[in-house]
Design a protein around this ligand. Sequence first.
Ligand code: SAM
Length: 368
Amino acid sequence: MANKNLNQAKNAKKDEFYTQLVDIENELRHYKAHFKGKTVLCNCDDPRVSNFFHYFSYNFEQLGLKKLITTCYKNQNRDLFSQNDAEQAIWLEYFGDRNGNRVPDPEEIGIHYFKGDGDFRSQECIELLKEADIVVTNPPFSLFREYVAQLIKYEKKFVIVGHQNAIKYKEIFPLIKENKIWLGYGFKGGAGHFISKYEDTATAGDHRKGMIRVSGVTWFTNLEIQKRLEDLILYKKYNSDEYLKFENYDAINVDKTSDIPADYDGVMGVPITFMDKYNPNQFEIIGLGVANLGLECGIQPYKPEHKKYRKEIQKRGTVDGDLYMMVDGEVTVPYTRILIRRRQTNPKPVSYEIGELPVSMAAEAIAP
Ligand SMILES: C[S@@+](CC[C@H](N)C(=O)[O-])C[C@H]1O[C@@H](n2cnc3c(N)ncnc32)[C@H](O)[C@@H]1O
């Protein structure tokens, strides 16, 4: 029990960091056409510290929003970690600038009290979710699976921050494979600096005061963006010496996304960072080369003659369903690989409604 509490406390602490305004601006500038006439919900956002509230309230008119709702979570472990000193969780609604001074004034913001703690899973919050068109926030990473499942269940559009490791979650990968979720533009250099009062013990380099650096952080979305329609340009030619075949699946190993051979038509195992460049009209996702998801997409368990390596393999935490190859007679397990294949013929283009198109494409689509 004590351990459980400690773990919860650790997770709560890890979840308490705040997104910088500049990072929100950098990402959301690619989605502007989507927001017109829409109700936006930020449902993990204390408006006193959330730059999501700041961004949407100050850009309300520019984006043409209909309504902004922000909910604030009253942490159960408030004595330990919460920044919040109010007794109750609250939610705010904002309908835009009423007095013409172009800033959100306190009297223009409706403050409401929750009966409960403002947990995004509570019925009160779900009622607000139902009202929303687009959800935008940086949710608690420790609840990412549940958070995304809820967005999918209520068929919401979203732009949210998450860790790229979530691509590998058994609950998230199928959504990626089915093109129900994809990656947004992301953070510069694949790492973000977030505002935090907790000391960053994990990273020594690139330290900024009052911030933690989170490497591998990215944006997940189901809104159309231009980036997703751009072909990845490939320069390398296939040769069997450089691109080893996996021992337990008919595919080649590719160590870097930029090394994907232009002339290979079979299945390729590429690093998960490929998702950042993924265009569903160019490639098809076949599966993930890890554990049960691997077995599900046809990756064979370790061959009997390779079981003798099992002890060594297990030491590295790998299991049946993981891809492996033989290098100089040794079983070699690469980092996580996504199995992809180039689309062969003229693929049926992914189609969008005009309202969902990136700005430049929407303009083209409605041009006479
Ligand atoms: C990573 S922080 C990001 C905060 C804010 N969205 C931002 O980016 O500045 C995640 C936030 O979710 C809140 N939170 C944790 N559990 C929650 C829950 N069950 N329901 C709603 N919010 C929760 C935390 O208190 C924390 O402030």
